[in-house]
Design a protein around this ligand. Structure first.
Ligand code: HEM
Length: 405
């Protein structure tokens, strides 16, 4: 096993990956991991470059690259491999440019801004439901239902189905959480993927017959110079938007509140100046973002630092490590909710820059302003919190007690 592999798979790393990131960045910034079967990058500049330069670092096939399966199994997981070899997030320009323009026509910053009042209502309602009791689990009572309700409303799908989305999303992404997923994990992920695809195919058919005022209809209707998304492209975009659209924001909001509670000076600062909620959100994304491991594949032999990455090898971009790189961020381990500039890479960089960033940037500040504005004396009610770092980094639950303001 290579140098950092046991640290990278340890429970301590799950709880706090940043000391390991720092050591890797200092001692082996371009590190080959036997456990993950890929190169791991920890420097800001390397990660920004590899996110941007799609000709040298492709997104195609990146999620299935480390799958190590006997021949007959490859056939059985064909739908999963197919899904991850196409669709917005898995292809490069020019295919990506075309698809992104079409998806963007439906998912515009304007459509997102229109959600502001709706988001404020849900935030208030979720807090109303807990305020009398003086306690809540931030994740399960607040930061999970918020984005899932918003994305369901935007897409025009019944919020009652959210238990289904949650189960499917969790299982679909489960295969990305381990370096070499077993056939059982892969087939499980695939079953949920097929179920989610069928769910969106049915809605696609309904919206074609009867358009509604929602994102799926907008995707069905999006047309640019005679070009439209195919049914498969539209279904795969919906899968990406639904998966990307809820758990990431869940953990952004909850991690942010957790770190505020660990830094009473910053908590006080935000309570006194709620207008800092936007820049605080950027700092939480930098300081402990919910999505830590992104991937690309080298399309040619290429040198990064002192190492040659061979054509076809996978690289893992440790976004959380880039976001604590002292070459980019002065005093990177300090939480400063007014940090400026703050060019973090939590939403990626370059052509695949997160399409949902404006939505997350709308939801999180509303959430912080309301939580800090309506609750006081917030304390964590459990001293044995557990972190999850499978695909998304976040606490498994965050029980708090408080008094109404
Ligand atoms: C805190 C919240 C979020 C984080 C940290 C996050 C992170 C990311 C990152 C790092 C990428 C780039 C992946 C790459 O370069 O390969 C990405 C892409 C994407 N995200 Fe997000 N995301 C968040 C919220 C959302 C939301 C709310 C949505 C949708 C409602 C969304 C939808 C997407 C989509 C569709 C892409 C693909 C864009 C493309 O390939 O052109 N994300 N996200």
């Amino acid at each position: 096993m290579s140098q950092f592999d046991s640290a990278l798979t340890s429970a301590a790393f799950n709880a706090d990956p940043y000391p390991v990131y720092r050591q890797m960045r200092e001692e082996a910034p371009v590190y080959w991991s036997d456990a993950w079967g890929c190169w791991m990058l920890t420097r800001y500049d390397d990660i920004a470059w590899t996110l941007q330069d799609y000709q040298t670092f492709t997104s195609l096939g990146r999620l299935t690259a480390t799958m190590d399966l006997p021949e007959p199994l490859w056939e059985r997981v064909e739908p999963l491999v197919r899904h991850y070899s196409q669709g917005l997030i898995n292809v490069d320009p020019p295919d990506h440019t075309r698809m992104r323009k079409l998806v963007h026509m439906a998912f515009t910053p304007r459509t997102i801004r229109k959600m502001q009042a709706y988001i404020e209502d849900i935030v208030d309602r979720l807090i109303d439901e807990q305020i009398e009791s003086g306690e809540m689990d931030v994740i399960w009572d607040f930061s999970y239902p918020l984005p899932v309700t918003v994305i369901a409303e935007m897409m025009g799908i019944p919020v009652e189905d959210h238990a289904k989305f949650k189960a499917w999303s969790g299982e679909i992404v489960a295969f990305m959480a381990t370096p070499k997923p077993t056939p059982e994990i892969l087939l499980n992920s695939q079953d949920s993927l097929l179920a989610m695809q069928q769910y969106f195919r049915d809605i696609y058919a309904k919206r074609r017959r009867q358009p509604e005022d929602d994102l799926i209809t907008a995707l069905v209707l999006a047309e640019l110079e005679g070009d439209k998304l195919t049914e498969e492209e539209m279904v795969s975009s919906c899968v990406t938007i639904l998966i990307g659209g809820h758990e990431t924001t869940t953990y952004l909001i909850a991690n942010g509140l957790y770190w505020l509670l660990q830094h009473p000076d910053q908590f006080r600062r935000l309570s006194e100046k709620p207008e800092l909620a936007e820049s605080a959100t950027e700092e939480f994304l930098r300081y402990d973002g919910p999505f830590q491991r992104n991937r690309r594949i080298a399309t040619r032999d290429v040198t990064i630092g002192d190492h040659t990455i061979e054509k076809g090898q996978l690289i893992m971009q440790l976004l959380g490590a880039a976001n604590r790189d002292p070459a980019q961020f002065p005093d990177p381990d300090a939480l400063d909710i007014a940090r400026s500039p703050n060019k973090h890479l939590a939403f990626g960089y370059g052509p695949h820059f997160c399409l949902g960033a404006p939505l997350a940037r709308l939801e999180a500040p509303v959430a912080y302003r309301s939580l800090l504005g309506r609750l006081r004396n917030i304390r964590i009610a459990d001293d044995s919190l557990e972190w999850n770092n499978a695909l998304f980094r976040g606490l498994k639950s965050l029980p708090i007690i408080f008094e109404p303001l």
